[in-house]
Ligand binder design. Structure first.
Ligand SMILES: NC(=O)c1ccc[n+]([C@@H]2O[C@H](COP(=O)([O-])OP(=O)(O)OC[C@H]3O[C@@H](n4cnc5c(N)ncnc54)[C@H](O)[C@@H]3O)[C@@H](O)[C@H]2O)c1
Ligand SMILES: [Zn+2]
Length: 398
């Protein structure tokens, strides 16, 4: 057979399967989500089958029990008040908050075991109440149990409310590699309750603001100017300013995922990851003693200076960005940044390779072409990046 005939035969034997699945989920901004008079949770649970009584299991970040809310009791009271629509499959289950739940696989197994023991089916609901780490871990279990159980997220940190909680990803770490095991799985609904932010330690309130500055820098100059105008209110966590900042940031993330053309990140671009290549490395170098947002603030300052050195960003704009970040409460240097590897090169620069490896394909780094303008580049000049590091280090007086 000629090669033409062979490829004609192969074409004739190939059937193309093609379909698309529209995704849709509500992101509700509310206060007092477990106040029995608040219909928000009941409404999202019953939105597909209003007449049914729905089975629900709730996992709660144990960092929340310190708050004044007595959360598990409040959840039980809520379910009792709405017993015609909600059946709690068991009492709310406390799970470890923070990176611990993502780092040690037996926590994931224990969440799985709970769903197994309770005979949770694909029409039941798995609700996670907590920071980004708890949402990531419980979300992974929900997405993989019976190949996908309805999952509702109730994020309780600034970062989870304005960024991770409204997204479509979950994941846990393996052998120290962040989010090595995970899926893309849009939730059934997200409920952002501002009251949770009140009990958050100041450090986490500051850290979450990095994502707002980030998305403003790459997408929305007007939002950046708003943050600058309200930096006094934000630096003192004034309630209304925090609520506006969280909401605008969440909207911009939602728009990128919904309209950016690549919600499940199949390409090599990571447009929302400005400042993140070095941030991920710094987080792992410090074994997560530096929070994600804190590392992102440093990463943004570094890439802003690099953008200036690369002739993309006007000189002076990087200082403006750094001044804002510092005013909001960020430190823009960490000793781990100065760590050198065996070859004498700064270890942080390995972050470039790791970043590329996570997605595969070509290296794609978002830089700044101006305030509000993200620009993708496919090459980073290491010498120039070193100069940007030196600038940052000297600026910090280290
Ligand atoms: N899935 C995604 O798209 C995505 C995006 C960005 C980040 N993340 C992940 O999110 C995680 C970080 O999330 P985070 O910044 O929300 O922090 P976190 O989940 O690590 O929580 C930080 C600490 O705050 C506690 N806590 C949570 N809510 C509280 C509240 N209201 N009051 C008092 N304490 C509270 C937690 O118990 C924990 O000790 C990382 O694992 C990161 O990889 C995921
Ligand atoms: Zn981030």
């Amino acid at each position: 057979m000629t090669s033409d005939a062979r490829s004609a035969q192969a074409r004739a034997a190939t059937h193309w399967q093609r379909f698309s699945v529209p995704y849709e989920f509500p992101v509700v901004f509310t206060e007092g989500v477990f106040d029995p008079e608040n219909p928000a949770l009941r409404d999202v649970l019953t939105r597909l089958e209003p007449a049914k009584r729905h089975r629900v299991v709730v996992f709660v970040d144990d960092g929340l029990k310190a708050g004044p809310l007595a959360l598990p009791e409040a959840i039980v009271r809520y379910a009792e008040r709405h017993r015609d629509a909600i059946e709690l499959a068991c009492a709310p289950v406390l799970v470890p908050g923070g990176e611990k739940i993502k780092a040690e696989l037996h926590f994931v197994e224990s969440v799985q075991q709970t769903l197994f023991d309770l005979h949770i089916d694909r029409h039941s609901y798995v609700i996670a109440v907590g920071g980004g780490a708890v949402l990531d871990a419980v979300g992974l279990v929900a997405a993989t149990t019976h190949r996908g159980v309805r999952h509702i997220r109730i994020p309780t940190t600034v970062l989870a409310q304005n960024d991770s909680g409204v997204g479509v990803k979950n994941g846990v770490n393996l052998q120290g590699v962040k989010n090595f095991v995970g899926t893309f799985a849009p939730p059934f609904a997200v409920l952002n309750d501002q009251n949770f932010i009140d009990s958050l330690p100041e450090r986490d309130k500051v850290a979450g603001m990095a994502e707002a500055v980030k998305v403003a820098l790459i997408r929305d100059a007007e939002f950046f100017a708003w943050i600058e105008r309200h930096m006094d209110d934000l630096a003192t966590f004034e309630r209304q300013a925090m609520a506006t900042m969280i909401r605008r940031c969440a909207e911009l993330h939602m728009r990128q995922i919904g309209q950016g053309g690549d919600p499940f990140e199949t390409g090599s671009a990571r447009p929302l990851d400005y400042g993140h290549w070095s941030a991920h490395k710094l987080e792992s170098l410090t074994r997560h003693h530096v929070r994600h947002g804190e590392a992102v603030a440093i990463g943004m300052a570094l890439d802003a200076r690099y953008s200036v050195l690369a002739g993309l960003l006007r000189e002076g704009e990087e200082a403006r960005i750094c001044a804002l970040l510092e005013y909001l409460g960020f430190n823009l240097w960490h000793p781990a940044l100065g760590k050198a590897g065996a070859n004498g090169e700064w270890t942080i620069l390995e972050g470039l390779r790791d970043f590329q490896e996570h997605l595969g394909g070509e290296l794609t780094i978002t830089l700044l072409g101006g305030i509000g303008v993200g620009v993708e580049v496919h090459e980073i000049d290491r010498e120039r990046m070193r100069q940007a590091m030196v600038w940052l280090k000297e600026r910090a007086g280290d």
